[in-house]
Design a protein around this ligand. Sequence first.
Ligand code: NAD
Ligand code: DAU
Length: 360
Amino acid sequence: MSETILITGGAGFIGSELVRQTLGRGDGTRVVVLDKLTYAGNRANLEAVEQDPEQAARFTFVHGDIADPEVVGPLMAGATAVVNVAAETHVDRSILDPEAFLRTGVIGVHVLLEAVKVEHQRAGRGERGPVRFLQVSTDEVYGDIEAPQRSVETDGLAPRSPYAAAKASSELLVRAYHITYGLDLVMTRGSNTYGPHQHPEKLIPLFTTNALDGKPLPMYGDGMQIRDWLHVSDHAAGIAFVLRNGVAGEAYNVAGEHLLPNREVIGQLLAATGRDWSLVRTVPDRPGHDRRYAMDGSKLAALGWRPRVAFETGLPETVAWYRDNPAWIASAKTGDWDAYYARQYGDRLAAGQAVDTTPS
Ligand code: NAD
Ligand code: DAU
């Protein structure tokens, strides 16, 4: 019998890429998306599958909240696998308003796990086949990693922002449900992801769209924070790989293997947009800003998976996608965008300064 995968948060950046890849395999797999359509969810991200008659026939969209058991229960009953991509995902917003992060990241994940438990018990009575659940997590659960260390999956969790704390809490719930109830659960910890369809609140799309518009680029602090960059197609492929090959109860780093300081990312982005450093402002830092993330990807590599897209090609292609899709950018900068931007950047940009780019 063909699979039915429930992808929560499938109207977002990574979730919609996972939907496109899954349906694009053309192997008969059906996909159900459950998405609350928060400010970050965008139906336009699913246009490609909804406009393809063959893929659309295997696709269902449900507008709803993972924290609502009435919605989740029936969807879980029809699923052979579940990938929980849904979350509140922006660190800066978690500093301004943490509660939504806990509602989705803790209560929402609890509701999903309870529904998996019901289906697992039904499977035990022979009433249905098995169900596997994958929780999409992040390298931020490891906290700030000093060079030259790289996080491995057995390291302790040391989150430092409300966002990261909510993600770590989800992981602890998943671990507990695997140990206590024997559910088939796996987790991925992805690194900083970039590519088309990412909400413009995040570094690369924010700086790209601002640069294209000739607006200032607000660089936090000295811009020497280090992130590990992973293309969205690789992140989604890594999730699908772990869903198929991961061992129950285990977490897997999905590393980009491409560590860069923000200044280097900004330099490459300016080159790709044809702008220069005069647009960049150094602004007051993010509170508790993690200096460096770095993961060791060898556990997944040993199973046969590695990222494929080089940052040097992925970044200019991403910039070109934003340049070519002004209607999509406009659809993402709706809702609370102007109010959020003013709250997050108004005072910061007023205090901002030009960046010294003279070589030391
Ligand atoms: P995103 O913000 O683009 O999308 C999140 C999606 O989840 C949206 O469609 C939103 O509407 C939906 N959603 C939010 N709350 C919901 C709820 N309660 N019920 C149902 N749907 C809900 O996020 P993203 O960047 O694609 O991240 C996806 C996942 O990957 C998240 O779990 C995030 O923590 C994780 N992650 C992201 C990155 C990254 O760099 N973007 C890196 C590692 C891990
Ligand atoms: O590491 C994985 C995480 O990557 C994911 O779990 C999160 O969901 C995702 O949002 C991302 O978190 P970051 O905080 O690393 O991403 P962000 O794009 O917000 O910031 C990247 C770096 O750029 C970080 O050092 C902060 C800096 N930055 C960001 C913004 C938005 C700026 O200097 N200026 C900005 O305006």
